[in-house]
Write a protein that binds this ligand. Structure first.
Ligand SMILES: Nc1ncnc2c1ncn2[C@@H]1O[C@H](COP(=O)(O)OP(=O)(O)OP(=O)(O)O)[C@@H](O)[C@H]1O
Ligand SMILES: [Mg+2]
Length: 251
């Protein structure tokens, strides 16, 4: 879709996409640590995090009032708000913006909910094109295992129960996720998504991601010089736990 603006701001925008449990948040958190330690100014924006729609969304969800179109419009409102406040200003200032889910999430989920494909793409025309969009490709059984382990209950909308695919939330969730996977796969060539093998170990994926991001950093202003190697060793590369951090030995 050539209608998405190629931005001419000095900053860079990297986004992560993929089904639930594909490892997006894990990887983007590690990328953020690295970029900050390299001295860059980094901003982060997460899907559906705008305060503007928070109340409406939780009320609509609680009362099961949301039709696929309403859902779509709420997410587009959230995205417009974040684009204006959290994404464009840092890009203008020459910073790096990392987005955990982007327009492709709306395209995948809304179309999986039978919203018209052309309509939803049109809705997001104002979005700026990412410098690079990473798609974490993972077999459904792997992502399901990652997220369903230890989970006793799935939420109504999360499981796609509003679609009436199955009365069993777990079965409905699997069917809904499969539809989303199909949409992502169809978008790879349409939007030139960078495929990541999300079944690889966390450090390996992170190594690949950094390698792919590095060429895009040329000419980008740093806030300060990179941390010396000694201090870099102290940067957390893993997921924070109450006991400290998992050291993944990435450097
Ligand atoms: N490469 C990997 N191998 C094994 N487990 C992983 C891997 N990457 C992430 N995980 C684990 O899978 C779970 C889901 O990861 P994460 O939260 O990063 O996924 P996500 O794509 O952000 O999911 P969501 O869309 O639900 O936010 C976490 O418990 C994480 O530790
Ligand atoms: Mg996540």
């Amino acid at each position: 879709m050539e209608t998405y603006g190629l931005h001419h701001y000095p900053g860079r925008l990297f986004v992560v996409e993929g089904v639930d449990g594909s490892g997006k948040s894990t990887q983007i958190a590690l990328l953020r640590h690295w970029l900050v330690s390299e001295g860059y100014t980094v901003f982060f924006s997460e899907w559906n995090s705008s305060l503007l729609v928070k109340k409406t969304t939780s009320r609509g969800k609680r009362k099961q009032l949301l039709t696929p179109t309403t859902f779509s419009l709420i997410h587009a409102t959230d995205f417009a708000d974040r684009t204006e406040h959290d994404i464009i200003p840092p890009l203008k200032a020459g910073a790096i913006v990392l987005a955990d889910r982007y327009i492709y999430t709306a395209f995948a989920r809304d179309v999986a909910r039978n919203v018209d494909q052309a309509w939803v793409r049109e809705l997001y025309q104002f979005a700026v094109q990412p410098t690079r969009a990473f798609y974490f490709r993972v077999p459904l059984e792997v992502s399901l295992r990652r997220i369903l382990t230890g989970r006793s209950e799935l939420k109504y909308y999360e499981a796609g129960m509003d679609l009436g695919l199955s009365n069993d939330p777990r079965q409905s969730f699997i069917m809904f996720q499969q539809r989303i996977v199909d949409e992502y796969e169809a978008m790879v060539s349409e939007f030139d998504l960078t495929i990541m093998d999300a079944t690889l170990p966390i450090p390996e994926q992170q190594r690949q991601m950094r390698k792919l991001v590095l060429p895009h950093l040329a000419g980008l202003r740093r806030q300060r010089p990179p941390l010396p190697a000694k201090e870099l060793e102290n940067i957390a590369y893993g997921i924070e736990t109450p006991q400290g951090t998992n050291r993944l030995g990435l450097k």
